[in-house]
Every structure is written in C-alpha cells, then in structure tokens.
Ligand binder design. Sequence first.
Ligand code: IPM
Ligand code: MG
Length: 351
Amino acid sequence: MKVLNNITILPGDGIGPEVVAQALKVLYAIGKKYNHQWKIKEALIGACAIDATGDPFPDVSLLACQEADAILLGAIGDPKYDNDPSAKVRPEQGLLRMRKSLGLYANIRPVKIYEQLIHLSVFKPEVLKDVDFVIYRELTGGIYFGEKVKEETFSSDLCLYHRFEVERITHLAFQQAMQRRKKLTLVDKANVLETSRLWRSVVAEISSQYPEVVLDFLYIDNAAMQVILNPSRFDVVLCDNLFGDILSDEASVLSGSMGLLPSASKGEKSALYEPIHGSYPQAAGKDIANPLATILSVEMMLRDFGYMDEANDIIYAVDQCIGAGFLTEDLGPTIAVKCSELGDKVAGLIV
Ligand code: IPM
Ligand code: MG
C-alpha cells in the first residue's frame, strides 16, 4: 500500500476554495489524532489559473500534482467563459489536460442515499430504498479527446477507443464488483456506435476472469430511464466518458443534493479526489456552500490509502451532523449552518 504524505490541493474557482478549506480542517484533525504529518502544497487550476498565468493548468501545477501522493480538487468554472463560444482558453481545458497528463483514466462516483435526507429527494421513498451503486466512468478517452474539426460549415468530434483503454477500467470495475454485490452493468449504445460494440466485446471477454460477477448490458437511453425508475437494480455501472458524464449527474439527483457526493479519479500513478458538484459561482464567497462532498472526498482518499480508522472517523462525524440536522442550506434544515461552521463541526468531532 502506498503511503499518503504529500497532498496537493487545487482549490480552483467559485466555492472550490471554501469547500477545500473545510476538508483541510478535517484532514488536519485526522492528522492530529493519528499523528500523520501531511505535507500540503497548493496549486492553481481553472479560471483562477487563467487570471494569474493565462493558462488553465500551468506546468507548475502539473508538477505539483505529479509530485503528490494524492490530489484534492475543489471545482473549476466561471460564468464569464460559459456563454462565449469564441473564448480561446477555458477553465475546462485545464481540467481535461490535467486528467490526460496525469493519466487519470477511471472516474469513480459512488451514489449513496442518506436515510435522514430522503425527504429532500424528488423521488418517492420506495424508489430510493436500497439504492447504493457506483459509476465507473472512463475519463481520458472517447469523444472528449478525439480529433476535433471546426470548419466554416461543419464541425466534428471523433469518438475513438483503443482496446487497452477499455480493458484497464473494466478490470477496475470488475474488481470493485467483487467487493460489492457482484453485479456489473455496462452502459453503452451498441445498437448504433462502433465504439460501444468494442466496449461490449472487451467487457464480455474480460468477464470470464470474474465468473462470480453477473454482467448485464444496457443502452444509455434505457439506463437513463432505469436510474430513475429502478435505481436499486444497479451495483457497479461501467460507462465510456460521455455516457458516464451524463449518467453520473443524473444519478446524483437521487441523493437529494449534489453537495453530498464525492468522487475519485485514478490512473497508474496519480489519484485525485473531488466533489462531483461544480463551482457554483452564485454562492462563491458567501460561506453557504455544502462542504460535505469535499470532506467525503478526503474520506475516499484515506480509505484508498488504507487508512480505514481515519476514514471511518470521517463517516461517523458526517453522519452525526446529518443526524443532528446540522446542515447547510441546500439540505433544507430549519436553521442552516454556514459552510465554515459545518467544517468546524465535522473536524471537531474527530478527537
Ligand atoms: C465533470 C464535468 C466536466 C466533464 C466538465 C467540467 C468538463 O462535467 O467532471 O463531470 O464533462 O467531465
Ligand atoms: Mg459532468
């Protein structure tokens, strides 16, 4: 097991710096209790990096990420780039370049429901019963990274997958299924797309190495429907880059708030942890954002590095806050607490 010592933080834009600050409080509380000396380095990504250097992911940031055992990202994005199709540099380019240059090919997004917060969901409680699944989204290939063409009268985005790109994430997804309920669903569009047919054949081939795992296939349009109609049918969901992007946002609605869901992105060498929510610019600087997704991203980080007691402490502290209704405004409590108060509370429960 790799040790966790050097952690690079990329607070990013919008509410990113606020939620990362709360996660750091929690990380330091863990360090104090268990005597870990984290070495934390900070670097720029996104709109703030463009403002400071002209580049959404400058080389110094890449270096700081390469030197780290793990990376904690807040969020990126600024509305000033959103409605400007002619913008030459965009915050998102920094994120994509980071994923590609660090080889973060597997994005892992668990979807979990908190019993006490079921009333927040737009779904009926019976639909949410037993919902507990995890999405494995391929992150460095497909239509996001294929050749792009922009001409006067047409544009195109190439969707390209190599066997090895499908194989490596498929093994991770099967291994995860073995630790869980032993069910894997490949989501694709194999009735139309050649890349999806490649995914199907590679995944079917690899499944013989995991005979205990029940494999099934769903087309993306049907999967989008099943996530809403019958979400408890899923255990591990495997998708290409674009389908995983869409399905994971859809699935996050089940839990009632995007502010609760963490994620991990893994590659050969690097591992990055981040909340699945965006930079929520309307809330930036107001101290109202929900820091729990980022705090739970630290929990995922610790667990991946084998720090089980430490990770369990975070789960306990977060559960305590949710159970007591000590919540930020997105979770609809009678009296909302501030982002910083919730960070203090979670950190304070780790003693
Ligand atoms: C995500 C985001 C990004 C993506 C954007 C910001 C480029 O939606 O991490 O899911 O599409 O991958
Ligand atoms: Mg997305």
